[in-house]
Design a protein around this ligand. Structure first.
Ligand code: NAD
Length: 439
């Protein structure tokens, strides 16, 4: 029997990032006693002081839950023994060679294993390849001598949080869950039923793991398709956004995706590679994933090409030009720059000899392996830029003012739609919105 039927179960959340902290807050709001664990002391201290480092959560809510003792946070993993259930929400990045790096899952699992006790439920939430829960997490936990499905319970339940989404939050987004045994699934359902509106049980942990990757693969492939169609439309001198809007009027069988400077974020560019890696071990090549990844990773070069073309229209070389990038976060209204294509675009333009600066109200600084850029004030940037490139369409930008003050404007998000009807090239294709010589 799991300990989740008690009136006041204690839930441990391991990893307090974009996934873990909202989950901890939702569970605490529902009345569970939550202990959040993180290896990063600054994150723990910040939360303890009532500060949320996740933009979707406000400080007051975090401070209130910490204040009334519903949410405790710590770096001390020996306290995992106090928890009736533990949910692992640690990062699953790629290694330098773009293979899965499951070292965070391993270290979190080992910490959980050290204090595993009868009755505990362990749930892996980190996105990973099918088989991780059974082949990696289970053996580490069973080394304790306890038996899954009898002494302790193990599930995989992927997180679907969409940072910045105001409609779909942790509580109202249906949650898929698979258990190692029927008793494990039952224990997992008993936990999440307390603070998630809709649960979607599946028959195995592998089915739950593959469900999450299918969702992200679906987005990566469709974004790849629309990005390639954008390149095709550009060659044909057709306005891709007009085509997408027209196609989206079909009431069935079409789903709208939009082109952009490339894939970003911690999930879509990364998760399908977990499946590719797994399938390589089974001698199978995941062709759709590879093709989408090829097309999507070409987009920063396509955008840099558009900047080159725009400067060419006013007879200026890229080399020596001052280029202002607007938005470096991977998507609108978030502060997350993980895998952001903006960094690739800036790198390509700098390699061409441009002086690149950026403005992003959400991101004070970004760095790649070799250097750091700092956000400059918008007014200063617009004042001296030879060309402006909109890479992230934050809703706080005043696009009319940006259009008015730019000499050359490349818009990769169609953020200036409605402000201009004809692109600067004279063709209705919109990427190059404006190209005017300085007076
Ligand atoms: N960010 C998203 O939008 C999103 C959406 C769905 C799924 N996911 C998946 O959820 C998982 C977590 O992603 P995230 O965005 O929350 O990551 P994150 O980097 O924002 O947070 C992870 C946290 O885990 C902590 N951590 C690392 N190792 C630890 C350990 N051994 N013990 C305790 N804490 C540890 C880190 O310090 C960090 O605070 C990943 O697998 C990701 O693919 C993310």
């Amino acid at each position: 029997m799991s300990d989740l039927d008690s009136t006041d179960p204690c839930l441990g959340i391991v990893g307090l990032g974009y996934v873990g902290l909202p989950l901890a807050v939702e569970a605490a709001e529902a009345g569970l006693h939550v202990i959040g664990f993180d290896t990063d002391e600054s994150i723990v201290e910040g939360i303890r002081a009532g500060r949320s480092h996740i933009p979707d959560l406000d400080d007051e809510q975090v401070a209130r839950l910490c204040g009334d003792g519903r949410l405790e946070v710590t770096v001390d993993d020996t306290r995992m023994a106090e928890c009736d259930a533990l949910s692992i929400c640690v990062p699953t990045p790629l290694s330098k060679t773009r293979d899965p790096d499951i070292s965070f899952i391993l270290s979190a699992t080992h910490a959980v294993a050290r204090s595993l006790r009868p009755g505990q439920l362990v749930v892996l939430e980190s996105t990973t390849y099918p088989g991780t829960t059974r082949d990696v997490v289970l053996p580490a936990l069973e080394r304790s001598g306890l038996k899954v499905g009898e002494d302790f319970f193990l599930c995989f339940s992927p997180e679907r949080v969409d940072p910045g989404n105001v409609r779909w939050k942790t509580r109202n987004t249906p949650k898929v869950i698979g258990g190692l045994t029927p008793a494990c699934l039952e224990a997992g359902m008993a936990l999440y039923r307390r603070f998630i509106d809709t649960l979607v049980p599946v028959s195995s942990t592998e089915a739950a793991e593959l469900t999450k990757i299918l969702e992200n693969m679906f987005r990566a492939v469709n974004i790849g398709l629309v990005n390639e169609t954008a390149i095709i439309a550009d060659r044909l001198r057709v306005d891709i956004w007009e085509v997408i809007e027209a196609a989206a009027t079909k009431p069935f069988g079409f789903m709208k995706f939009v082109p952009g400077p490339g894939l970003g974020g911690h999930c879509i560019p990364v998760d399908p590679q977990y499946l590719s890696w797994k399938m390589r071990t089974l001698n199978y090549r995941t062709r759709f994933i590879e093709l989408a990844s090829d097309v999507n990773s070409e987009m920063p070069h396509f955008v840099a090409g558009k900047v080159r073309e725009a400067l060419n229209l006013i007879r200026k070389p890229v080399s020596g030009s001052r280029i202002l990038v607007l938005g470096v976060a991977y998507k609108r209204d978030v502060d997350d720059v993980r895998e952001s294509p903006a960094i690739d675009v800036m790198r390509v333009l700098e390699a061409d000899g441009a002086e690149v600066s950026y403005h992003d109200p959400y991101v004070p600084a970004v760095r790649d392996d070799s250097r750091e850029w700092r956000s400059i004030p918008l007014d200063e940037g617009l004042g001296h830029a030879d060309a402006v490139v909109i890479l992230t369409d934050h809703s706080c930008f005043d696009y009319q003012a940006i259009l008015d003050r730019s000499r050359v404007l490349v818009d990769t998000r169609n953020a200036t739609a409605g402000l201009s009807t004809m692109s600067a090239t004279g063709h209705p294709q919109r990427w190059i919105v404006k190209a005017e010589k300085a007076q």
